[in-house]
Design a protein around this ligand. Structure first.
Ligand code: FEO
Ligand code: CA
Ligand code: CA
Ligand code: CA
Length: 644
């Protein structure tokens, strides 16, 4: 979801005095760096290790012809590629009720169907070999939020407990079994793996904050069992075969008292929330009555898709914030590292390092790896260096006198802890992805139009160098000595997105290749191609700053040459979200979120297709009635590697 969703986040939650490097020197460096144009490694004048390494890295092949920008109501892929629809909102996960195009399906139906607003996604191969696993597997995906104007037959004109239940059932996660049949893929129905986890499913709370007083509620006095997960944005996949789903804008589902508490404000809670109206029929979403309930959201949840009966776990060691994704790496020394962004303007980038090591031989031994370890937050300096600051109770300012009586409170009030240690405020950290061969880490900073504006003077810094950053950028870092558990790193800006035709020079960016803005999804395929997905808000797309950029899109970058080429354009009003591939690289699954979205981000149920009718517009009227988020399958006509 874009941050502007239902105007929930028109302000800034982070008014901590953390360094935004207002001093003249820093601002000057940021300006100079911005004006350097190409921002090549040499031009940056730092990161010798990175520059040297770049020369010995092989480039990847971008073996496809770029697709042009588009405003069509269809997914476009390069010549020689096929695109198919696999799994859209309302499709049954297994044997079960089918989609009703007029929105009249019940809450009980929705619990057994694809949720709305597909987002992050991972593929888990089944079978014994690479080729078997590339033709049969599980797809696990997030359903981030709902457009209640499309979800119910009459939208939100009337409101009821049944509608709240249906909305809750349209959130969460899908697990579906998928199988290739020749050149096409299908959902296996029935399937023993098929599963929906929704905004009311039981979920364990584990790790250092489990059982904490701030997590105890009337319905769960021990603070060990949450109910549901929602606003699941991006994702992660562990090497022990589990899926991580990340709770992002959870605040929007709660209605606080007229004046929220200071802790509520720091996470953006307010009276009425973002307009989901769950609190009207489900009292736990009234935080004035249930003050600890919001503390049970904003976590990373681990799900074992191969065990349909297993209880998902909220891994509190990874901190509580508006989680975008969770990029999991095994460091050279065997410890597990998870990189995570907190997607809001002026928020932070985090890294978790496990206490224990990954055990490749004994998958069971890895089950609680994410429960013990150290959480860090990033501080980027003005000269291309950076440090990971530990968020550990008792260290520095993280003491009882400052509101952190124990480690549980550090993790639950993670944003406040990161404020206290002096982390760097970033331009909305979205997905993070690590190059599979070089270990370089990339983070999409989607945009921040408030950076260095009249209300936020002095907020320019070298890592967020552009005032009024409407197009966003991608930052890259390399951990010291190539050790993902290191406490120091070196960074540079991989690309400043923008439009070379923009009247304001600062907004032109330095893309070597095809134009785009608002990078969000980042994913590496096995060979090291960096896939970039965009999330330009429907409120600004195809006009103003974004007049020349067309619908949201997906591009591929060669991280050595920095060439970026457009691979896909999405249908009207959509955002391009999740991405996953088979081990052989020959099938790519991509999620199309909120096609046909209205600029107000809520459809008029009387005119549901006023802004687009995908997938019916592309794949046939029988899919009809209302725009539907969906998973598409992309293959090469000659059966070759996608992108190669
Ligand atoms: Fe749900 Fe930050 O995008
Ligand atoms: Ca969006
Ligand atoms: Ca986004
Ligand atoms: Ca996102």
């Amino acid at each position: 979801m874009d941050q502007a969703h239902f105007a929930a986040d028109e302000g800034v939650s982070n008014d901590s005095p953390n360094p935004s490097f207002a001093d003249i020197l820093a601002t000057d460096i940021a300006r100079r760096r911005l004006l350097q144009g190409s921002l090549g490694a040499a031009a940056l004048g730092f990161v010798p290790g990175m520059a040297a390494a770049a020369t010995d890295k092989p480039s990847v092949k971008l073996g496809f012809k770029a697709v042009p920008v588009s405003t069509a109501d269809a997914v476009a892929v390069p010549e020689g590629y096929n695109v198919d629809l696999l799994y859209a909102w309302g499709d049954p996960i297994s044997s079960g009720p089918g989609f009703k195009a007029d929105g009249s399906g019940s809450a009980a139906d929705q619990e057994r169907q694809a949720g709305m607003h597909h987002d992050g996604m991972s593929y888990f191969p089944l079978g014994k070999s690479n080729s078997e696993g590339s033709a049969h597997g599980l797809l696990v995906m997030n359903h981030e939020y709902t457009d209640d104007g499309l979800l119910h037959a009459d939208g939100m004109k009337t409101w009821s407990a049944e509608k709240v239940r249906k909305a809750q059932a349209a959130h969460g996660v899908s697990v579906i079994e998928v199988l290739a049949a020749g050149n096409r893929w299908k959902v296996v129905r029935p399937s023993p793996y098929a599963r929906r986890i929704t905004a009311s499913s039981p979920i364990g709370l584990s790790g250092p904050a489990a059982g904490h007083a701030l997590l105890q509620t009337k319905d769960d006095p021990r603070g060990l069992r949450a109910f549901g997960t929602f606003n699941n944005c991006a994702n992660g996949q562990t090497p022990w075969g589990t899926y991580l789903t990340c709770e992002e804008n959870f605040n929007g589902y709660f209605s606080s008292a007229k004046e929220p508490t200071a802790d509520e404000k720091r996470y953006g809670l307010k009276e009425g929330g973002a307009g989901y109206r769950w609190h009207e029929f489900d009292e736990r979403f009234n935080s004035a009555k249930h003050p600890n309930e919001p503390n049970r959201f904003g976590w990373v949840v681990e799900i074992d898709p191969l065990r349909p009966d297993s209880l998902p776990q909220k891994r509190t060691a990874l901190g509580r914030f508006k989680h975008e994704g969770a990029d999991v790496q095994v460091a050279k020394n065997g410890h597990v590292v998870v990189y995570m962004g907190d997607d809001e303007r002026f928020e932070y980038i985090y890294k978790f390092v496990s206490e224990n090591k990954f055990d490749r031989q004994h998958p069971e031994a890895n089950r609680h790896l994410l429960d013990r370890g150290t959480l860090y937050v990033a501080k980027f300096d003005e000269f291309g260096g950076g440090v990971w600051l530990p968020l550990v109770h008792g260290e520095g300012k993280l003491t009882a006198e400052n509101g952190f009586p124990d480690q549980g409170s550090v993790l639950i009030r993670c944003r406040q802890a990161a404020d206290a240690v002096g982390a760097t405020k970033m331009d909305r950290p979205e997905w993070i992805a690590t190059h599979p061969k070089t270990g370089e880490v990339f983070c999409a900073l989607t945009n921040n139009s408030l950076r260095a504006d009249e209300k936020n003077p002095g907020t320019l810094n070298a890592s967020n160098p552009r005032p009024k950053n409407v197009f966003g950028h991608i930052i890259r870092w390399r951990e010291a000595k190539g050790d993902a558990t290191a406490k120091k790193f070196e960074w540079d800006i991989f690309v400043l997105a923008g439009d070379p035709k923009h009247p304001d020079e600062a907004q032109r960016g330095n893309i070597k290749g095809d134009v785009f803005g608002s990078p969000d999804g980042l994913w590496f395929d096995r060979t090291g191609r960096l896939w970039i997905q965009t999330d330009v808000s429907t409120s600004v797309i195809n006009k103003g700053d974004y007049a020349n950029i067309g619908n949201n899109q997906m591009l591929v970058a060669d991280t050595v040459t920095r060439e970026i080429r457009r691979f896909l354009t999405g249908p009207s009003g959509c955002e391009v979200t999740g991405i996953a591939g088979t081990p052989d690289g020959k099938t790519l699954f991509v999620n199309i979120q909120h096609p046909g979205e209205s600029p107000s981000e809520r459809a008029d149920p009387e005119k549901p297709t006023a802004f687009g009718a995908w997938p019916a517009s592309q794949f046939g009227a029988t899919l009809g009635g209302r725009p539907r988020s969906g998973t598409v399958v992309i293959r090469r006509e000659d059966g070759g590697v996608v992108g190669g």
